[in-house]
Every structure is written in structure tokens, then in C-alpha cells.
Design a protein around this ligand. Sequence first.
Ligand code: FES
Ligand code: MG
Length: 576
Amino acid sequence: MTSDPSPNSELPSSRWFDPDSLRGFGHRSRLKGMGYDDQDFRGKPVIAILNTWSDLNTCHSHFPERVKEVKRGIWQMGGFPVEIPVMSLGEMMMKPTTMLYRNLLAMETEEVLRCHPIDAAVLMGGCDKTVPAMIMGAISANRPAIFLPAGPMLKARWKDQTLGSGSDAWKYWDERRAGNLCDESWGEIENCIARSAGTCMTMGTASTMAAIAESMGMTLPGASSVPAVISEHSRLAVATGRRAVEMANENLRPSNILTEASFDNAIVTSMAIGGSTNAIVHIIAMARRAGIPLTLERFDELSKTTPVLANVRPAGKFLMEDFFDAGGLRALLQQLGAHIDRSCRTVNGLSIGENISGAEVIDADIIRSLDNPLSESGGTFVLQGNLAPSGCVVKPTAASPRLLNHTGPAVVFDNYGDLKAKLNDPDAGITADSVLILRNAGPQGGPGFPEWGMLPIPDHLLKQGVRDLVRISDARMSGTSYGTCILHVAPEAAVGGPLALVQNGDLIELNVEQRSLNLLVDDEELAKRRAAWTPPPARYQRGYGAMFLKHVTQADAGCDFDFLHHGADTPDPDIY
Ligand code: FES
Ligand code: MG
């Protein structure tokens, strides 16, 4: 084939493929070495498919099939698809925590988009951190980008029970420790609780972040609710590929889409779905990449006025497949009425209001109306007080009402190893009134901000029928977790936050309604303890871990690296 379609010099990729130069020759000749000819790529938008697949990312096991479907859509619209594997971040297998690596995937996404001939990108993610990471990177690179959520797995059945990812694993593990579940039943649950490819099918972090991506305008309408393995998900993949080509031609970038109002929509959505507490950290990080200085105060304001409408576990009763069948996120956003700014632009070029117009609620128990909410105020509360001067968070809908206003004596664990060693020690003196404290489990202390915040209930209390305690930490918890867990205490203990100063027996006063968390110890005593405090030694002396410790910000600032915040433009590469 010798014909030379007219080059489209508007496209960034034309810098690679158009010039009659030695470099241009090199770029073209190597694509030809792959079996492509001019008609495949000359003058066509190059669409990167950033794929977070790996054999160890259990939630993305359908991505090899979906990539083919995305490519189909790109070819249909006259684009040139290129698949680029990026760090996979599978929540189940990565240790110590994927959160240690969210910023690494964000950096990889940004740099991959900048250093290659790419005119637009399809971001294929889903398992928790892949969503914010890829969007953070795309925002900083500011290339046209559309997110394709992996979709939740099908709901699981065991005997006459419906099982939800995470939530029911925790629940039945406690029953097993309480002596109520035999080996055989536990084995059966293991066999059936993960029923298909896809992300956790509760309203965990993955489903929450997908909903947030959609509500901030970064996916096609309805994309976040589609189960991973149904045919509609394949058609979504093809449509996403098609749209990416149009976005390249329109040069529709994240900076044309994301505004303060779109982040408000994201916050309102996270509250209305009773979403994961982790959303707060990720939304702040994404917003700050876009130059929007979001703080915890905004979450507090919007949580007070946003009702929870999604009756999905762990806050409610149903699972993501039910939510999809009930109308999905479009229907929920429609129900939210004036709580959503309908004028915000989205990746399909239409406003979010246009995208949700006509969306119907099929089951009003699963997607509630404003006059029959699951709870009057939002899913996640921000608390403040002398124990958390820079704030902390709690999900009251997933907590025990009797503990939301509670004062009790602290039982302190210095780190997770200490917790493991002492939790079941009768001398630790843990009672149903105790307030369990885990510290040195934050961004610096973990390190990496692990999901240790749902501290286990001691065996002896489980056997007495106790299933919840007030638990306070500078850690996160899984979005599938539940209980009266106060999380993300900032500043964290490892940098000298007041959590570092708590001693066994100190009284802690929690009042969720008043949004307060206080340590009832006088200032003079606290000053004495502070003078005697020394920081724990840094865990990493070299490599990525050392860089993480040097640059990660606190929970209330989104835990991004300080040098990745919005600022001066990064120049595109020169092509000599
Ligand atoms: Fe991947 Fe829950 S483990 S979404
Ligand atoms: Mg999770």
C-alpha cells in the first residue's frame, strides 16, 4: 500500500508520524514492521487503551476480551487503537496495600500519555485505586480521556443467602470465630462469594469510585453500574472506544470537563450512594490535580444536605446487580434533583443533566426517592476535635446507632503487629465499652495508608454476642467494611498527631451527631506526653517506598505526592 492519506496536523500524534524526517521515517517504519500500513494510522487519531489487566488482578480478568471490544469501536470511527499495559493494582493480592501504589499508577498514566503519540485515551480500570489513579494521571496530562469501569461482579448466592463481596466475608469470619460456622460452610462460602469477573459487587470503593467517575463526567452515561460480564458491558466497551475517537477530534480534555461543580457532583454522589469512606481521599486528590483546592469542609457541608438514596450494602441491603436492574446511577442522579448541578459537561459532550434525563427508577426500595431516603444525611461524616485537628471520617450508616454517641476508655495498639499480639489477650481488658485505638497505620505510619481501620472484635466479645465497638485509627478501611470505625485521623500518629499521645484508660468522647471526637485529657498532660514522644523509625530507606515517605501528603490533603499537585505546565517532549 503506497497511498498516503492526508495527515491531520491538528493531532498531537502528527508530530510523530507526519514529518518527512529521519524520526518520522523511524516511527512509521516500525508501525509498518508490525503489519500496519499508512491507511491504518496516517492522519488518524491514535487512541491509547491504558489497560490495568494482570493475572493477579482478579477483578479485571475480563479485560482481555474488553480490549478487543474497545478496539472495535475505535476502528469503527476511524481511529488507530494502541493497547498500553499499565500497573494493575489488584486489591486482593498486592501488599502491603494498593494505596502505597496509587500515586505510582497516577504517575505512570500521566507520563505514558505524555511521552507517546497519543491523541486520546480509554482508561480501563475498576479495582479500587485504579480509578482515581488513572483519572489523576489523565487530569495532569490533560489529554482527552474517557474512563471505562470494569463493572461489578454478579451477586453471589450461598444456600438461601445473598453474599456481598467483602462485607459478608467479614461477617461470616466473625461468626466462624464466634464458633457459629463449621469448616464445610466456610469452604462453601469461599467457593461462591466471588461469582464472576468484575469488581466487588457491594458499594465498596470500586463501585463508589466508578459512580464518582461517572458523576464527574468521565464515563459514558450509565457506565458505572453495568455488571462486568453481561453483554451490555461489551457494548459499553465498544461505545467507549467509539467516543474516544470523537474526543480526540474534538480535543475534549479533562480541563474542559472538570470544574468545582463537577467535583461537588462527585461528592454528592458519593454521599447519596452511601459510598466508601475512601472516596474522600481520592476525590480530594483528583480535584487538587485539577487545580481545585477541595477540603474536608466541603464534604462536611454536602454530607449534611445529601440524603442516602442507594439501598446497597454495606450501608443498605442490596447489591450492585440489583442497583443496575433498579435503574443504575442515572436513575439515582435523576432522583437527586437539585442536589446535582445538571449543567456540568461530560465526556460524551453533553451535560450530565442531558445524560440522566428520562432515567427511570424501576425499584423504589433499591433507589430511594428524596422523601423516602435510607438516611436523611450523607453517607460519610467528617469529624473534628482535639484528637483529630485536621479531621477524620466515619460512615454512620454502616455503624451501630448505640455507639454513635459514646464515651469510653481507650485501649491502645501502637501498630498492627501490636494489635495482632494483644487483641485476644485477656489482660488487655477490652470490654464492650472500650474504644480501640490503632495508630501508626496512616500514610506515613502504615506506611501506605492500609485498610486496617475495621479493627477486629476480640474473640471473647464475639462469643458474648458483641459485634461492634468504637474503633479509631489513622488507617483507612475497605469500602466493603462496616462498624463504628473512625478513620483517617489527621494528622496521623507517625507525624506526631494527637493519636500518638493517647494512653490506655484515657477517656475518648465520640459524638457523631455533633461531628466531634475528643480526647478527655487536659492540655498540660498532653504537652508533657508530647515532649516525651519520639517518631517511629522510617520503614523504607531506599527506592519507591522512601520516595513515598518523603512526599506523601496527609489524608485530609488527598495523600498525593506534593510534587504532583496542580502547578506549572509540564512541557511536551521534543522530537528531534
Ligand atoms: Fe477489586 Fe474489590 S478487590 S474491587
Ligand atoms: Mg476495597
